[in-house]
Write a new protein. Structure first.
Length: 185
C-alpha cells in the first residue's frame, strides 16, 4: 500500500526512516531531472545541487506545512540552491576577472574594494560581536537568504532581519571609526 505524501510527511516527522526512504524513492529521479533541466544538463552541478536539496529537506522537513505539494516544495528548495550556484558563480567570475572584492551592506550600492579595504573589512568583522559577524558573513559572503539564516539561528524572519540591520549598523560604525583613524595617521 502506497501512502499519500501527507501520510509520509506525518510519519517522517515522527521519525519513521522507512517513510523518508519511500519519499526519497518517489521523488529522487524526478527531482534530479528537474534540476538537470534547469542547469541545461550540467550533470556534475546537478548532482551537487540534488544532494544539497536533499540535505535541506532532511534538515527542514519538520517545518513542512503542506501549503504546496511535496514536489513543489522540493523544486522550490532546488531553485534556491540553483540561484545560489549562479550567484556564487557570477561573483567568482567577477573576482577572477577584476581582482576586486564586492560587498553590499546597504542593498543600495555595491562598493568595489581593494586589498587594503578587504583587510579592514576582515578586521571590523573580527571586532564585532560574534552573532553580528556570523550574520554578516552568512548574508554577504555566503549569500544566504534571510530565510535560510533565520532557520539556521532558529529565529523568526523579522527577528533575523532586525538583527541583520543592527549588525550592518555596528559594522558601518566600526568601519568608519577605523577608516577615520587610518586617515588621521
Amino acid at each position: 500500500m502506497t501512502l499519500s505524501d501527507k501520510e509520509l510527511i506525518k510519519k517522517i516527522k515522527k521519525g519513521n526512516q522507512s517513510a523518508f526512504k519511500e519519499l526519497y524513492v518517489k521523488y529522487s529521479d524526478l527531482l534530479y531531472t528537474f534540476i538537470s533541466h534547469q542547469l541545461k544538463n550540467n550533470k556534475e552541478t546537478a548532482s551537487d545541487i540534488w544532494q544539497e536539496t536533499w540535505s535541506v529537506v532532511i534538515t527542514n522537513i519538520s517545518e513542512f506545512k503542506h501549503k504546496s505539494s511535496v514536489f513543489t516544495w522540493l523544486c522550490a528548495i532546488a531553485k534556491n540552491k540553483i540561484s545560489d550556484f549562479y550567484r556564487y558563480s557570477e561573483k567568482e567570475e567577477r573576482l577572477k576577472n577584476d581582482n576586486t572584492f564586492y560587498i553590499d551592506l546597504d542593498y543600495e550600492s555595491i562598493d568595489i574594494v581593494n586589498n587594503q579595504t578587504q583587510t579592514i573589512v576582515i578586521i571590523v568583522l573580527a571586532e564585532l560581536k560574534e552573532k553580528y559577524s556570523s550574520l554578516l558573513i552568512a548574508r554577504y559572503f555566503e549569500n544566504k537568504s534571510i530565510e535560510e539564516i533565520s532557520q539556521t539561528i532558529k529565529k523568526s524572519y523579522k527577528a533575523t532581519e532586525s538583527m541583520l540591520s543592527r549588525a550592518r549598523e555596528a559594522f558601518k560604525k566600526n568601519y568608519k571609526k577605523i577608516m577615520n583613524s587610518n586617515y588621521e595617521q
